[in-house]
Design a protein. Sequence first.
Length: 144
Amino acid sequence: MNINNELLSHVYNISDMGIKSTKSLINILKTKDNKIKNILEDELKKYEEIFKASKKLVKKEGITPKGTSMMLDIMTNLEMKTRVLKDNSDSAMAGLLIEGFNMGIIETEKKIKDYNNADKSILKLAKKLLQFQKEEIDKLKAYL
């Protein structure tokens, strides 16, 4: 796979996983009284915006990203349900989200470094994803 495809597939997959996991957490918390729900709704919109942009570039580049595995989706959902059952406080949910964003940041920074010669529009979208991930951690720290 070429560098454009690698970087674009990463952005596509991270934003897709973000949409799935955020929707799942919103659903898990729907009967709970968490103040963090508003943050989740905003995160979902941002993930959807990045995913839409990556989908457009995927079509333009003519590639087919693998997407996330069904097993990863199931494991992520199970982990969230378990953590919410254990402690559904806003602080615990912020911690869970920060962990996820930190993993995404590490992966995204590595991809940007490895593929810094990628097409400018793809690189710009990857940097937008990275900036979003970092900004969300800053927002979530208020809930810790």
